[in-house]
Design a protein around this ligand. Sequence first.
Ligand code: CIR
Length: 260
Amino acid sequence: MSATRFTRALLRLPGRNFAAGISTGAGGAPTFESTRAQHARYLAALQSLGLATRMLPADERFPDGTFVEDTAIATAHGAIITRPGAASRAGEPEAIALALAGDFSTLAYIESPGTVDGGDICETDAEVIIGISHRTNEEGAAQLGRWLAGIGIASVTVDIRYCTGLLHLKSGLAYLGEGRLALAPGLPDWPVLKAYEPVVLAPEERYAANCVRINDRVLVADDYPHFVDTLVRLGYEPLPLPMSEFAKMDGGLSCLSVRY
Ligand code: CIR
């Protein structure tokens, strides 16, 4: 299994009411035009990396629907449809399940009362790290862990509920490949982290911890020069993308696609 090599990606266009999604509101409201422009840049980046992409139409019942990562977890050995932890997002997985059904012979489902947001799931080359958060509950994490075990993938949970500023696990952590994790500063000393080489971001660049290794490149939010320098020093080829509009809605690069 590889957690860094992909051939396909599923995305959903942001709708006109994108700004009505859930947000802590720190950065102001996104504009529709800029959101669409940034989304187009993201799509083009995935295509430039050789991924076959599928774009679902916007669905204004779900202003957060463009954050498709939260609705499904796809691995080399199968896919599972989640039950997002925010009530306003509960209907999002339906269209995602239909779209993924063509590529996966069977789909598993997180069942009530379990909740899981895909943003809390970080796959490395060795295991899957599951964040228990205000979106992913212990029951959901346990269901996911059992399903992963059934397809031969080990998992470990970490509790992020008391990590200030972290909506999802991957808001502050990303697998870079080669046994390395990009980490927001100040994360707890979770035992699982000892198995990885940490690449800790500067406090003012913590948003960039939500980067995505895809094949030979690392997608990274633009305007984070120290982290880009670090990546280059480590031998990576960063691909910076404008993300300001998604950041205003508490989303990042990983959230905008399901990659497999
Ligand atoms: C939400 O609060 O659900 C959305 N506004 C942002 C979701 C971001 N998704 C992610 O980090 N995986």
